[in-house]
Write a protein of this length. Structure first.
Length: 140
């Protein structure tokens, strides 16, 4: 196939134009930041709970907490208006064992804790329901 000089120039211009357009496109949005909290099961959670310096953080509602909770747990409802303010009063150097009923709210709570600078986070899956189903101790 034969190309004349004009055809080659038009082709080069077309390619250069496309490259310039590609450079003008906005950068894609940053990837959604996933939590760095380690997701753990009931047995590992229970082993970590044995260390009395680790803090069990129950992020369910107060009524759920009163109906039954993991011994030594601290309750801070992740749906409350002052959730972030209450988290900010906690010691960031401690290890937190976070749980809710099944894992959705605890994942959100861990993300918020990370945003506030907490780094030693463990998220119990399948939550309090799994804890109870495994026959682990519950305070009422």
């Amino acid at each position: 196939m034969r190309f004349n000089l004009l055809t080659l120039l038009v082709l080069a211009w077309a390619i250069a134009s496309q490259l310039a357009i590609a450079d003008d496109k906005p950068a894609p949005p940053p990837a959604k930041k996933e939590t760095k909290a380690k997701v753990i099961g009931v047995e590992e959670f229970d082993k970590l709970r044995a260390n009395k310096t680790n803090i069990v953080l129950d992020v369910r509602t107060e009524s759920e907490f009163k109906a039954g909770h993991i011994p030594r747990a601290t309750n801070i409802d992740c749906m409350s208006q002052d959730f972030a303010q209450r988290l900010a009063t906690l010691d960031q150097d401690k290890t937190y064992l976070v749980h809710c009923a099944a894992g959705v709210r605890s994942a959100r709570a861990c993300k918020k804790l990370e945003e506030l600078g907490f780094r030693q986070l463990y998220d119990l899956r399948p939550g309090f329901k799994g804890w109870e189903a495994a026959g682990k101790p519950v305070e009422r």
